[in-house]
Design a protein around this ligand. Structure first.
Ligand code: PNS
Length: 162
């Protein structure tokens, strides 16, 4: 049984994340979407809100669960039994940071293997911070995030849309 974790901040979840979730759920027997519980002061959504948004999006995927974790990813992996870390690679700019984290996690927990999925070309420019920035100025975010979350993102950004 392969048990993978797709960790991240997901603030907010984007079509790019959703694409990685769907594709990794088809590769691994079980997938945990792990929301990092960091006390980021500038976060748009609380961790509970992010978990509930992700649960709503993945409810039709029987092998996907959503959870939050504190502290080190490898500690959560030991607790949950996940041994594979899934990360999406958008461009070469992601690579250096991702390689460093993957290698550190492997040194800390040799059972942990990181698998990189190249993001769908359609979403290779997309990130949660781009969504937050666009929303903050009232820009159109409908191409970036699932439709049911668009209004909530504007509300959180204190933008009134009619
Ligand atoms: O979506 P993000 O913000 O790029 O995700 C980063 C994340 C959550 C995968 C990474 O910051 C992480 O795993 N944090 C948990 C703390 C940890 O284990 N750090 C060690 C990495 S060297």
């Amino acid at each position: 049984m392969s048990k993978a974790i797709y960790p991240g901040s997901f603030d907010p979840v984007t079509f790019g994340h959703l694409d990685i979730i769907t594709r990794s759920a088809a590769i691994f027997d079980e997938l945990i979407v792990g929301v990092l519980n960091n006390s980021e002061k500038n976060a748009l959504f609380s961790v509970d809100e992010r978990v509930s948004m992700l649960k709503e999006l993945t409810k039709e995927n029987p092998n996907v669960t959503v959870d939050s974790f504190d502290g080190l990813l490898v500690d959560y992996m030991k607790k949950s039994g996940a041994t594979i870390i899934v990360r999406g690679l958008r461009a070469v700019t992601d690579f250096e940071y991702e390689l460093q984290i993957a290698q550190t996690n492997h040194v800390e927990y040799p059972k942990a293997e990181t698998v990189f999925l190249t993001t769908n070309l359609k979403y290779s420019y997309l990130s949660s911070s781009i969504v937050r920035e666009f929303a903050a100025y009232g820009g159109d975010i409908t191409k970036f995030v699932p439709p049911q979350f668009v209004d909530r993102i504007y509300e959180k950004s204190n933008i009134k849309k009619q």
